[in-house]
Write a protein that binds this ligand. Structure first.
Ligand code: 13P
Ligand code: SF4
Length: 346
């Protein structure tokens, strides 16, 4: 580890502005210490095109590096220290299944606008781009859903069912206008049982994916905290089940959670329902002034695949490394989907 730290800092110094290292808030402290820019998914997407660096190393999961590659400038090379760091939720939507589902839902002539959470593959973003849809993050889901609802007869929101329902609750979309797709859109059974007739009067169609890390929180834990520590506050990420979000004092993106902790008065106790690396960082940052605790311990193993050692190894091989490349046939349509989001949320 010591040697890797030395290597990273030596290479950062020698490459100067030719290198930018980006890190998502769920990365470990050890990795975050070597990043130039930290952020939530929206902030990181926004920053890519403004970067001059020739090499961008993305410390996060693969879909984030793909988005960086789509939004990067020509000639810019995007690297990820471990390309096997995937997002289990993103893997619950396969591009072929998404396209097939959209074709079925549009059979009766209705216009369905797909809105994909940024936690999805470039191939899925490509399908969404071709069907006139766009992308959202946890920070702008309300704005983007509102945008999508105004552009067709219904919206297909994917892959996160919890973010979908939390956002629909916020926008007051009635339950009877919503529909959850059957699980077979995820599990790869040969024939899809999606029936356009059941969706005919629906405005909001939900893909049944979820983040396993944000499934770990439960309402009983919140009840216990309310009983034992009535003054404690509870904030959660909107990838949590709506029951958790409704029982909490607030919900939002990782940036929202960070800001909430920073702005709470001294002496406050805050329980945070999200990935543990971020909660631990907030606890350390505010130690002695506020008490920050995890609502439950829940670690994203894929985020944890990025380490100081594989970051150092990647930096040593930047010139020969094969960068993350999104195939040309997907690139243009996925860029369109992402750029629609950046334009709406500029
Ligand atoms: P945000 O940082 O955009 O809130 O996303 C959380 C997440 O799960 C990323 O994988
Ligand atoms: Fe995916 Fe959940 Fe891990 Fe985020 S925390 S990368 S949504 S599995």
């Amino acid at each position: 580890m010591e040697k890797s730290i030395e290597t990273i800092e030596r290479i950062r110094k020698s490459m100067g502005g030719r290198l930018a290292i980006l890190g998502h808030h769920y990365q470990s402290d050890a990795v975050i210490a070597h990043t130039d820019i930290q952020g939530d998914s929206l902030e990181l997407s926004r920053k890519i095109s403004a970067l001059d660096a020739e090499h961008i190393v993305f410390c996060g999961v693969f879909f984030m590096a793909e988005s960086a590659s789509i939004l990067g400038r020509p000639g810019q090379k995007i690297h990820i220290p471990d390309a096997s760091a995937s997002c289990p939720m993103a893997d619950m939507a396969e591009a072929g299944r998404v396209e097939e589902t959209l074709d079925i839902l549009q059979k009766d002539g209705r216009k369905i606008i797909p809105l994909t959470y940024v936690n999805s593959s470039a191939a899925v973003k490509g399908v969404v781009g071709r069907f006139d849809g766009s992308v959202c993050t946890s920070a702008n889901a309300k704005t983007m859903l509102d945008w999508a609802l105004g552009r067709g007869d219904a919206v297909l929101f994917l892959p996160d069912k919890h973010l979908a329902r939390n956002t629909a609750n916020f926008l007051n979309i009635p339950e009877e206008k919503r529909m959850m797709l059957p699980r077979d859109v995820i599990d790869g059974s040969p024939a899809l049982s999606v029936d356009p007739a059941t969706a005919a009067d629906k405005k909001f169609i939900i893909w049944p994916g979820y983040c396993p890390i944000h499934e770990e929180f439960d309402v009983d834990a919140i009840r216990r905290i309310r009983a034992d520590e009535p003054n404690a506050r509870i904030i959660v990420h909107p990838e949590c089940d709506p029951k958790i979000v409704q029982a909490a004092d607030g919900d939002g993106s990782t940036t929202y959670l960070i800001k909430y902790a920073a702005e709470a008065p001294a002496g406050t106790t805050i329980y945070v329902g999200t990935e543990t690396n971020l909660v631990n960082r907030l606890a350390a940052r505010h130690a002695g002034e506020k008490t920050i605790r995890p609502l439950a311990i829940s670690v994203c193993d894929d985020m944890g695949k990025i380490t100081v050692d594989n970051l150092a190894a990647k930096l040593c091989n930047l010139e020969t490394d094969a960068p993350v490349v999104v195939p040309e046939e997907i690139r243009e349509s996925s860029r369109l989907a992402l750029e629609r989001m950046l334009e709406v949320c500029s």
